[in-house]
Design a protein around this ligand. Structure first.
Ligand code: GLU
Length: 439
C-alpha cells in the first residue's frame, strides 16, 4: 500500500514552510494513487492546543487537501509503551542519569578537544553513583555500530556512520516521549510507505532506520526537502508570523496561487499559477525537486495571485465579493486585480463620485471629447467609435489620446480596459468627469 503522512505538532498555526511539506506529501500520495494521513504529533502536552489542531485542519482544507484518516499521538501511548518494552527486551534501550547541565559540560569538553560531541555512557562505577544518588532515569536508544544507508528520493544515497552519532534520548524521566520513537512506531503501525519531510530530519532518519530494523518493521522510503528561506536566504523563522496561512488567507491570497507556488518552488518546473490541484498532481515528480534551498518571495506569490484571479469566473467568486458587484464588473476588471478585495476599488470608481484627474493642458481636449461621446448609454462598441471620432477631430493618438481620458474617467493612470469599463461608469458620470466635475 502507498501511504504518505503530514505530521505537524499542533503547537502553532501552519506557516508556508510546513504547508509546503503537507502539499508535497499530498501531491505525491495522489500522484501515486496512495493514501494521505494527517498525524498530529501532540505528545507535548503543555504546548499542544486543540485550537491549533483545528487551525491546521482548516488551513489544509482551505488549500484543498483532504486527508484519508487522522491520527493523534496522544491516543497511542500504549503502542509506544509496547514498542519500548520490545526494544528493552532486545537490549536496544538503556537508562541514563546525567542532568542537562552535565551533558552540556560533556559536550563542551569534547568540543574543546576538537572531538565530535557524541554521548558516551558512563563507567559502571559512575553509573552506580548516579543510582545511589536516587536520580530518576531517562532512556536512550542504543545504536548498533556500522553504516546506516538509505536512498533518498531527493538527496540520492545517504550514509551515516552510527559511531559518529549519539544514542538518542527517546523517553524523559517522567515517562513522556520525545519525537523520535513514537514517530517510528506510528510509521510502522500506519504502514507508511513514504516519509517526506524537511532536511532538518536527515540525521533523525538515520536513527529511525535503526529503530525500524530493531522493531523488525519495514523501512519506509524517505525524501528530505531543503528548507525554504525568505528572499534574503535568512530562514523563515523570524517572519513566520507574517507567513502563517491564516494571515495570507486574510490578506486575500487565493489557495490555488499558494498551492501553485509551493508545488513549483524549489523544483525545475516553471513557476506559474495552475487552475487546479489535479494539474499539480499529474505533474508531480520527486525528480523535479532541487537540492538547493528555495527562497519564498512574497512578490512572486502576488503575481501568481493575480494570474489566478485573471482566470477566475465570476460564478466561482460571487459569494466572496461585496453586494452589487456583478459579472460585467468582474469581467471588466479581473485582469487588474492582485487581491480579490481590489474589486471594490473599481466598483466604487464605477459607482461613486470621484475627483477626475485632469492636467491643465488637457481641459479643452476633454471638453471636446465629452461633446463627441456618442448619444445613449455607452456599450462595448462605444469606446472604439468614440476614440476614433476624437482622433479625427483633435489629431491626438496613442498615449496622448488615451491617458487623459483614463485619468479623467477613473481618477487613476492605470486600470482596466476602458472599452468594457466605460459602460459601467455610465454616460452621466463620464460626461461630468470629462468636464472636470466630481461625478
Ligand atoms: N512533528 C514532526 C515535525 O513537525 C514530524 C516530522 C516527521 O515528519 O516525521 O517536525
Amino acid at each position: 500500500m502507498t501511504c504518505f503522512r503530514f505530521a505537524p505538532s499542533p503547537t502553532g498555526y501552519l506557516h508556508v514552510g510546513n504547508a509546503r511539506m503537507a502539499l508535497i506529501n499530498w501531491l505525491a500520495a495522489k500522484h501515486l494513487g496512495g493514501k494521505f494521513i494527517l498525524r498530529l504529533d501532540d505528545t507535548d502536552k503543555e504546548r499542544s492546543k486543540p485550537e491549533y489542531a483545528d487551525g491546521i485542519r482548516e488551513d489544509l482544507a482551505w488549500l484543498g487537501m483532504a486527508w484519508d484518516a487522522e491520527e493523534k499521538q496522544s491516543d497511542r501511548l500504549a503502542a509506544y509503551d509496547a514498542a519500548f518494552e520490545q526494544l528493552k527486551k532486545a537490549g536496544r534501550v538503556y537508562q541514563c542519569y546525567e542532568t542537562p547541565e552535565e551533558l552540556d559540560y560533556m559536550r563542551k569538553r569534547l568540543r574543546a578537544r576538537s572531538l565530535p560531541p557524541i554521548y558516551t555512557p558512563p563507567s559502571a562505577e559512575k553509573l552506580q553513583s548516579f543510582i545511589d544518588e536516587d536520580r530518576t532515569a531517562h532512556w536512550r536508544f542504543k545504536l548498533s555500530p556500522g553504516t546506516i544507508a538509505f536512498e533518498d528520493l531527493v538527496r540520492g544515497p545517504v550514509h551515516f556512520e552510527a559511531e559518529k552519532l549519539s544514542d538518542p534520548v527517546i523517553r524523559r524521566h517522567d515517562g513522556s516521549w520525545l519525537y523520535m520513537l513514537p514517530s517510528a512506531v506510528d510509521d510502522r503501525d500506519m504502514e507508511m510507505s513514504h516519509v517526506i519531510r524537511g532536511e532538518d530530519h536527515v540525521a533523525n532518519t538515520a536513527l529511525q532506520v535503526q529503530m525500524f530494523e530493531a522493531m523488525d518493521a519495514p523501512v519506509p522510503t524517505f525524501a528530505h526537502l531543503p528548507l525554504m528561506t525568505d528572499i534574503e536566504g535568512g530562514g523563515l523563522s523570524k517572519r513566520l508570523g507574517s507567513l502563517a496561512l491564516r494571515d495570507l488567507r486574510a490578506d486575500g491570497v487565493e489557495p490555488m496561487a499558494l498551492a501553485s507556488y509551493l508545488a513549483h518552488l524549489g523544483t525545475s518546473d516553471d513557476i506559474k499559477a495552475e487552475d487546479s490541484l489535479e494539474k499539480l498532481v499529474s505533474a508531480f515528480d520527486f525528480k523535479h525537486i532541487s537540492r538547493a534551498s528555495p527562497k519564498f518571495d512574497p512578490a512572486m506569490l502576488s503575481r501568481l495571485n493575480a494570474q489566478v484571479l485573471h482566470a477566475t469566473d465570476f460564478a466561482d467568486i460571487a459569494d466572496r465579493v461585496a453586494d452589487g458587484i456583478d459579472e460585467s464588473l468582474w469581467n471588466a476588471v479581473r485582469a487588474n486585480l492582485e487581491r480579490i478585495a481590489d474589486v471594490k476599488l473599481w466598483f466604487d470608481i464605477a459607482n461613486a463620485d470621484i475627483d477626475p484627474l485632469i492636467g491643465d493642458e488637457d481641459g479643452e481636449f476633454l471638453n471636446q471629447a465629452a461633446s463627441l461621446l456618442p448619444e445613449g448609454e455607452p456599450d462595448s462598441e462605444t469606446w472604439g467609435v468614440w476614440t476614433k471620432a476624437i482622433k479625427a477631430e483633435t489629431g491626438r493618438k496613442g498615449k496622448g489620446l488615451f491617458m487623459p481620458l483614463r485619468k479623467a474617467l477613473t481618477g487613476l493612470d492605470h486600470g482596466p480596459e476602458l472599452k468594457s469599463f466605460l459602460p459601467l461608469i455610465g454616460r452621466v458620470r463620464a460626461v461630468a468627469r470629462l468636464q472636470g466635475q466630481k461625478g
